[in-house]
Design a protein around this ligand. Structure first.
Ligand code: PXL
Length: 275
C-alpha cells in the first residue's frame, strides 16, 4: 500500500484542503498522513470573521518525531500555506524524508487575484517550492504569478501560449507541469500536462460548467495526486481528476445552500469505480 502525506490547512468548515484531500486519497486506497499548516474555522472565500491559527511551529516538531519513528512516504502533496516561511519548512521536510514525488499545488490565487491575506511574498515562496517539486499543478492565475506576467482569461490565450507557460514553468525545475482550468473554445475545460523529459503534452477536457465553485481545485489535485501515486498514466490520471471534479460540480449546481463547496462525498463511489 502506498503511503503519502499531505501538507495544507484544516478549514474546519467549508470542504477544501485537508477535509477533502484526506477522504479522497483514502478512498483511492492510499494511506494518507497529514501535517496541518493552519487551522481556520472556515476557508477564506466567502466567509467573514474566520479564525486563523498558524501551525508553523508544529510542522518541524511533527517532522522530528516522524524521523525518530523512521517513517517513510511515497509522496508529499502540498497545498495552502499559512505563511511564506512554511515553503522552506516543506523543502526541508522533503530533503529529510526523500519521497518519490513532491507534488505541489501552489494554492494562492484564482481569477487573476491572490487569495485574501496573501502578498508577493507568498508568490516568491511558492515559486521557490515549485523549483524543488517533481509535479506542480497551478491554475492559470497561479502560473502567471509564478512567471511574473499578466493574467490572461479564457478567450485571450491559445494553445501556443499554454504550451509556452508549461515549458517555462518546467524550466524552473519540475519534471511535470499540469495547468488546470484551460479552456480554448468556451465549451470545454480541462487540464494540460507537460513532461520535460519526454517533451510530451497530455490533455483532457470535459464540458465547461458556468459555475464558480470553491474547493474544486483541491478536489482536482487530491484525485490527480491519488491517481499518479497509484501509477496511472498521465492521461488516465487527468481523466480521473477532471471527470470526478465535473461530477462533483454537477451534483452541486442549483443548490444555493451549498455555495461554499461541492458535494464530493456523494461522488466517491464513482471515483473508486474509475480506478
Ligand atoms: O481551496 C483553496 C483554499 C484552501 N484553504 C483555504 C482557502 C482556500 C481558498 O480560498 O481559503 C483556507
Amino acid at each position: 500500500m502506498k503511503r503519502v502525506v499531505t501538507i495544507q490547512d484544516i478549514s474546519c468548515f467549508g470542504k477544501c484542503s485537508i477535509t477533502v484531500a484526506l477522504p479522497i486519497i483514502s478512498a483511492m486506497g492510499v494511506e494518507c498522513a497529514i501535517i496541518p499548516t493552519a487551522v481556520l474555522s472556515t476557508h477564506t472565500a466567502g466567509f467573514k470573521g474566520y479564525t486563523f491559527r498558524d501551525l508553523s511551529e508544529d510542522i518541524d516538531s511533527i517532522a522530528n518525531h516522524w524521523k525518530d519513528e523512521s517513517l517513510k512516504f511515497n509522496g508529499v502533496y502540498t497545498g495552502y500555506l499559512a505563511s511564506p516561511t512554511q515553503a522552506k519548512q516543506i523543502e526541508e521536510f522533503t530533503e529529510s524524508f526523500k519521497p518519490d514525488m513532491l507534488f505541489v499545488d501552489p494554492v494562492m490565487a484564482d481569477n487573476g487575484k491572490l487569495y485574501p491575506g496573501f502578498t508577493e511574498e507568498i508568490v516568491d515562496a511558492m515559486r521557490n517550492l515549485c523549483k524543488k517539486a517533481n509535479v506542480i499543478v497551478p491554475n492559470i492565475t497561479e502560473a502567471c504569478f509564478i512567471l511574473g506576467e499578466e493574467y490572461k482569461t479564457a478567450g485571450e490565450y491559445d494553445k501556443t501560449y499554454v504550451e509556452s507557460i508549461l515549458k517555462r514553468l518546467s524550466a524552473l525545475g519540475p519534471e511535470t507541469v499540469i495547468l488546470t482550468g484551460v479552456m480554448y473554445d468556451g465549451a470545454n475545460m480541462g487540464a494540460v500536462a507537460y513532461n520535460k523529459t519526454t517533451g510530451e503534452f497530455t490533455e483532457y477536457y470535459s464540458e465547461y460548467l458556468p459555475m464558480q465553485c470553491h474547493g474544486t481545485g483541491d478536489i482536482f489535485s487530491s484525485s490527480l495526486f491519488g491517481a499518479i501515486t497509484l501509477g496511472k498514466t498521465m492521461y488516465d490520471s487527468l481523466k480521473i481528476a477532471v471527470d470526478y471534479t465535473v461530477e462533483c460540480m454537477k451534483r452541486t449546481i442549483g443548490d444555493k445552500d451549498h455555495w461554499y463547496g461541492v458535494k464530493f462525498e456523494e461522488c466517491i463511489p464513482n471515483l473508486v469505480k474509475m480506478l
